[in-house]
Write a protein that binds this ligand. Sequence first.
Ligand code: MN
Length: 261
Amino acid sequence: MRILLTNDDGIAARGLTCLANSLQELGDVWIVAPDREQSAASHALTLHDPLRVTQHGKQRFSVSGTPTDCVLLAVRGIGGVLEHRPDLVVAGINHGPNMGDDVTYSGTVAAAFEGRLLGLPAVAFSNVTWKSEFLDASARVAKQVVTMMLRQGLPRELLLNVNIPDLAFEQIRGFKITALGRRVYRDEIVSKVDPRGRAYYWIGGDPPVWEPEETSDFGAVSTGHVSITPLNTNWTDHAALQTLRSWDVESAWQPAVRPEG
Ligand code: MN
């Protein structure tokens, strides 16, 4: 089995190496990761700059682009990155949480999303602290999740978003299936003045805060559990289709006025 491993923290990140070491026991790991940090790159695709691929080892490459670029190049087999199409896409282990509303910013989740759009089972892993101390424990957890996922199989539009508390393996209390939580938005933009007297702004002052919900991803990790959230690549809100149909859009349509004569 060929596993494509990527991340958004860049090829030098410790989380990537720990995960590669752990997944090696399950299959043939190929690393294709951004050449620098791309956190919060979301699902961006590089369209207006050339992409360069650099080989760092037999099955280890960096790309001068986003996590999505990495997955696209690797799965399409461009630049001799992979000899064959991978069987699975794994992203992480991210340094920092990817929970709740924040998943829309995440380059880690987007990499898994891209893998799923390309038809491959995909999973994103995050350790919920930025100064992750127990990445080896997280990597052990990740191996368990990948094993379970391969055994069960994933429906076509489903990917998994996994958040792991930064705890020693013995301290982790097990898995919980969760829904995305809700972020509490606070004043998170720092404004300062640069040495030349011009104002500048810096996004992301304090760590994010979530609403306390037991069934959410945040709820699970706050009690020492590993959160597994199913995400769907089809963003249609099926429950809302009925509501929108009740708007009677056909009679609301205002046609172009025909010129007279
Ligand atoms: Mn990151």
